[in-house]
Design a protein. Structure first.
Length: 261
């Protein structure tokens, strides 16, 4: 399987990307955007090779994550969407399908709203679009959170890639401030999305099934899929699946069907 990697510049930010697999007729590349605290490997290492057997896959590390160094600006969905656009432009990918997980789903939604002509199909996985999607306890907990609350798997993965002092602390604070400062979008904002969309979450997710239903109704023509699982185990995400890939293998055919139908 072919594999390349590189960096694309958006101002001072150099976003790391990987390209797996080969182009396939009638199938635009699939862009993968990991969740907060995660990177390409921890979020998608198990599912990416399976996706890349039938299409080209582009995966990115957001600012401060993985191999993309942080710069002096806030990490927001809109800033990250602009970084992703630089990657697509460098790769001459005019149109892509997008799967964004958790906080990466915010970036995917922003990309679909800001650049509708670039996104053909969108999978918004375990993400939310309004602050009332989660209880007040979530926001209180995030405001009080410290690095000790970050899953050990994410900490170990970042230290392997970025052993320099302060990187992990910077990553944690970028993600914490990103969520605390997230303003949310309205139902009307989501109504501007033109990509064919699948809203995907688990029944024991951070996001409630009720919010996933609301999102699917706000995005024109969106489909909804709720799987029996937790936050990302259905994608083989390292921290959630703990090596158990049964649910990922059960979910994958449904994702491929949505992308290819």
């Amino acid at each position: 399987m072919t594999f390349t990697h590189g960096y694309a510049s958006n101002g001072d930010l150099r976003m790391y990307y990987e390209v797996h697999g080969s182009t396939a007729a009638g199938r635009p590349p699939l862009l993968l955007i990991p969740g907060g605290g995660s990177n390409i490997e921890t979020n998608f290492a198990k599912i990416l090779p399976l996706l890349a057997t039938s299409r080209q896959v582009i995966a990115v590390d957001e600012e401060g994550h993985g191999r993309t160094a942080p710069i002096g600006r806030p990490l927001t969905a809109e800033n990250s969407a602009a970084d992703v656009l630089a990657v697509l432009d460098q790769l001459k990918a005019e149109t892509v399908d997008v799967l964004g997980f958790s906080a990466g789903g915010h970036t995917a939604l922003a990309l679909a709203m800001q650049h509708p002509g670039r996104v053909r199909r969108l999978i918004a996985a375990s993400t939310f679009f309004s602050r009332d999607a989660v209880p007040e306890e979530f926001w209180d907990g995030m405001a009080r959170a410290t690095l000790d609350d970050m899953p050990a798997a994410y900490q170990e993965a970042d230290r392997r890639l970025n052993p320099g002092p302060g990187h992990l602390e910077r990553l944690f604070e970028l993600d914490r401030q990103r969520i605390l400062g997230f303003p949310g979008w309205s139902d009307e904002d989501l109504g501007r999305i033109t990509a064919r969309t699948l809203v995907l979450c688990a029944d024991r997710d951070v996001v409630s099934a009720e919010h996933a239903v609301r999102m699917s109704r706000a995005i024109p023509g969106a489909r909804l899929m709720i799987v029996p699982g937790g936050h990302g185990d259905y994608l083989g995400e390292l921290g959630a699946s703990d090596g158990d890939l049964q649910l990922m293998h059960a979910t994958l055919p449904q994702l491929l069907h949505f992308l290819d139908a």
